[in-house]
Write a protein that binds this ligand. Sequence first.
Ligand code: NAP
Ligand code: FE
Length: 349
Amino acid sequence: MEFRYYMPVKTFFGKDCIVKNSGEFPLLGKKAFIVTGKSSAEKNGSLADVKKALDNVNIPYVIYNKIEPNPEVEDMRKAAVCASESGADFIIGIGGGSPLDAAKAIAKNTPLPIAAIPTTAGTGSEMTPYSILTFDKIRNKKSISTESIFPAAAFLDPAYTETLSAEVTVNTAIDALSHAIEGYLSVRSTDVVKPYALESIKLIGECIPELEKRSFKSDTREKLLYASMLAGIVIAHAGTTAVHAMGYPLTYHKHIDHGRANGLVLYHYLKFVERESEKVKDITDIMGISGVDEFGEILDRLLGVKEMLTEQEITEFTKTAIAGKNIANTRPQPEESDIRKIFEDSFRR
Ligand code: NAP
Ligand code: FE
């Protein structure tokens, strides 16, 4: 056995975990720069809880609520200037993967300690050393990866995810499932994280009936957030694979949500991997389904009407995807023609 395991995120999970653990914030610094999206943190209670916790311990803060989905790298440079001018010595990211990844990008250069508060159940960004940014210059998304952007603390309160639309809930759940599956199948997967991956897949599998009905009980929200956190720990070690490499151009050029973009290619990726790996069966077994084809049927129901790609788009996205660094994690190692075929099969009607 040989592995490397590193998970430096002090993690709190549960109802009211931010206010209950206000005492954690003075450990991070003396003034906070809060990075969040346009509006959801106001509505789901997370921002109010952070303000209350900071007030409890007399920590001043500045709020930067301009983060849009799929943050662009130049915007992050401007935000980092605001952070530096504010005099803050730590960053609090509140929101979905976009504000969390923005918080990491803003903190990166100094680097500053980060507290991460997810309000979607999908990216697992609170547990990863990655910040996925949009780079208009290369017309794609790209991941920055460095241990200094591991959040120092993460607070996961499932109550914040209650306000998610059904669409974002489904798309982010598919992202988490994709992380667990890709991490499990990655060449970098380890004995430590494989059980996390299978547990995450099992838990998300249990939520599929509600995901299909697009109606969620509170304990399902909790399960999805926990599963997404586990999947984050998995990709922090094992990385993602061809699915994410293929999803990025779909998001950049076709404006398809990140989780949905992964979901659109996941079935044909599994068909590709299954040819050489018995591990795919572990995934369908733990979900209690008959095989990859039944998995494809579930995805079809979750995704509904699929987008179309032109031949030219398939050619361009194939070239982009095959250059992705996570292609190296994929086994069997795909050739350009394999990636093209996965795109073609995924978008064939
Ligand atoms: P998101 O882009 O952060 O948010 C999508 C939408 O959901 C936004 O409109 C947001 O509102 C809204 N929203 C967030 N929380 C909500 C809540 N509790 N209630 C109601 N609405 C809410 O979506 P995401 O899927 O979580 O993140 C996607 C990003 O994460 C992508 O850039 C992807 O590449 C990245 N990602 C990162 C990692 C990693 O390891 N770092 C892994 C996978 C994916 P606001 O406008 O108010 O924000
Ligand atoms: Fe992802």
